[in-house]
Ligand binder design. Structure first.
Ligand SMILES: *[C@@H]1O[C@H](CO)[C@@H](O)[C@H](O)[C@H]1NC(C)=O
Ligand SMILES: [Zn+2]
Length: 366
């Protein structure tokens, strides 16, 4: 039996401008985990390393690109901790903001590239070979960053306000959920699912992945997958990195899980409503001029958040009166599968990890 000690827990981040405090988990794990096999589809298929830089003006705004994620340590998980996960992890409950690393048999730590420099948010390496999206807006061939139809997507939920969005949205969309919120609001997660929207992973606890160790990145991903599987009976295919924090080290790990990144080419900065750096009117005006400038093409992937009442209002106005309802989910944008695997009532399962779905024409936009 392999034994692996849990790695250190980084200090929680404090998102100063939003005065959002990510509380430390009360649970300090220093347990010893036993490693054994868990069946997980892995993607050893096409791993094209070709990269393309999508924007000349790269790092603008990225430093303050913080989203309104809140972590309220006083709300505890209501989703039961499933037996299959207890058997596998030897734990009894969902973790707090710093999930423990649980080794997985299909991950070879020695294969994870060690040439990509670890960086904190905004502290960008001069070396661009790591293909960082947060620093240089670099995307890999299997990343999605736009869509043939102008389409919204929502990060950081589920949250209590998600329900109002669901009640009023008139087209399928994509939600990138945080594992820690999935297990707090499982009923809202299931509503998203029942309404026919696509759900992807946005990590467990919204950390900036390029600053983490490999073990910490794996923990953020595996726990988000387990939360989604426990709640929605499916394994995600699509992944949105918090703060757009992704480089080739993070991508390597994602691909082992069969995940593909969904980035964006249009940011509403809707979270800036919450610290009064931005008004609703500005967001609408900018969206209208983006539409106008695209010459009626109406394409793109829009970043929004379903975390606060005001971002929900903005989302509905954009959808109902500016963009329209001819939108696509991230999977539809590339004709891809919705989930790697679905555990249905009728046991219908489909595996699709091997088919990294890349529409090359669509990726190579200059
Ligand atoms: C997903 O959940 C099913 C139970 O519905 C379990 O058997 C399976 O091992 C889980 N897989 C992962 C990767 O979480
Ligand atoms: Zn986010």
């Amino acid at each position: 039996m392999n034994k692996t000690k849990n790695k250190y827990h980084p200090p929680s981040r404090i998102m100063g401008s939003l005065a959002i405090i990510l509380l430390n988990s009360l649970l300090l794990f220093h347990s010893v985990y036993s490693s054994h096999a868990i069946s997980q589809p892995s993607d050893h298929g096409k791993q094209n390393r070709e990269i393309v830089v999508i924007s000349k003006d790269s790092t603008k705004h990225f430093k303050d690109s913080m989203s309104p994620v809140g972590y309220d340590g006083s709300i505890s998980a209501t989703q039961p901790f499933p037996e299959w996960l207890a058997d596998f992890t030897y734990l009894k409950e969902w973790p707090g903001i710093d999930p423990p690393y649980v080794p997985l048999s299909f991950i070879d730590m020695n294969q994870i590239p060690n040439s990509v420099p670890i960086h904190e948010m905004g502290a960008c390496p001069g070396d661009r070979t790591g293909c960082s999206f947060d620093c240089h807006k670099c995307v890999a061939q299997d990343d999605i960053y736009t869509c043939p139809k102008l389409s919204q997507s929502f990060d950081d939920g589920p949250s209590p306000v998600t329900t109002r969005l669901l009640d009023n949205l008139q087209h399928p969309t994509t939600f990138f959920t945080l594992g820690i919120n999935v297990v707090k609001y499982p009923e809202i997660y299931k509503q998203i699912q029942a309404k026919g929207h696509l759900i992807g992973s946005h990590t467990w606890g919204h950390k900036f992945l390029p600053s983490l160790t490999n073990e910490q990145i794996i923990a953020e991903i595996e726990w988000s997958i387990w939360a989604m599987n426990a709640t929605g009976n499916h394994i995600p295919k699509w992944f949105r990195p918090p703060y757009g924090g992704i480089d080739n080290r993070v991508r390597h790990i994602l691909r082992l899980f069969g995940l593909q990144a969904v980035l964006w080419d249009y940011d509403t900065y809707d979270w800036q409503l919450l610290n009064n750096q931005r008004t609703e009117q500005q967001i609408f005006d900018e969206a209208r001029s983006w539409l106008a400038s695209s010459g009626g093409q109406k394409r793109g992937m829009i970043l929004e958040h379903d975390a606060h009442d005001r971002t929900i209002d903005v989302a509905l106005e954009l959808s109902n009166n500016i963009i329209g309802h001819d939108q696509l989910t991230a999977a539809q944008c590339v004709n891809g599968v919705e989930y790697i695997k679905t555990f249905g009532v009728d046991n219908e399962e489909y595996a699709a990890a091997a088919a990294v779905n890349v529409n090359e024409n669509f990726i190579y936009v200059s």
